[in-house]
Design a protein around this ligand. Structure first.
Ligand code: V0V
Ligand code: CO
Length: 153
């Protein structure tokens, strides 16, 4: 079901400060920045490598306010790892399978995620205390796939 770790989400108080420190320490590069009102975050993706079905990244997250998932997490636990996101080929299919196995889905339908992905969260209490995100990455190079033979067509 999982193709790769898409990203690890890190909660921080100051996004620009944390970006600068990760660029300096790990030599990572920011490939996108976005304000996601629905998720209550300002976030940045720092590219690590390309994997099956998409890339893998560190996602830095600054809350838009105290009454948001990341705002509440920071108040309770402080800065650190907030969630782990797994790349899946089909997010709706993964949600159905995992939901049928007794895990609470925090989203009834997929939401908009960074880099135009489709995302859905699983309740941390049902998966060993790890807030888990499912990510279906956007098609990255539509023009280059037009030359590729698709066995299904
Ligand atoms: C809360 N808990 C966590 C947690 N956040 N456990 C592990 N990791 C976390 N990040 C625990 C918390 O300690 C409580 O356990 C319990 O869950 C209930 O937490 P709460 O503080 O009462 O908060 P709630 O219930 O209001 O909300 C928690 C959940 C919420 C996980 C339901 O944060 C949520 O819906 N998250 C999904 C959306 C999200 O996180 N968006 C931001 C990332 P105890 O203390 O009772 O034992 S956006 C993103 O990743 C994007 C855009 C992207 O990738 O593209
Ligand atoms: Co995320």
């Amino acid at each position: 079901m999982f193709m790769r770790i898409d990203h690890v989400g890190i909660a921080c108080h100051d996004l620009e400060e944390r970006i600068a420190s990760f660029e300096r320490i790990f030599e990572l590069k920011v490939v996108s920045r976005e304000v996601n009102e629905q998720q209550g975050v300002k976030e940045a993706m720092l590219h690590i490598a390309d994997g099956q079905g998409g890339g893998s990244y560190i996602q830095l997250l600054e809350p838009l306010g105290p009454d948001t998932p990341v705002g509440k997490f920071l108040a309770k636990r402080g800065e650190g790892v907030h969630h782990v996101a797994f790349g899946v080929p089909d997010v709706v299919q993964a949600m159905e399978k995992i939901g049928d196995r007794g895990v609470r889905l925090l989203d009834a339908t997929p939401r908009h995620g960074s880099l135009n992905s489709s995302i859905a969260f699983l309740h941390p209490k049902d998966v060993g205390g790890m807030l888990t995100e499912l990510v279906q990455a956007a098609e990255r190079h539509p023009e280059s796939t037009s030359n590729t033979t698709n066995a299904d067509t």
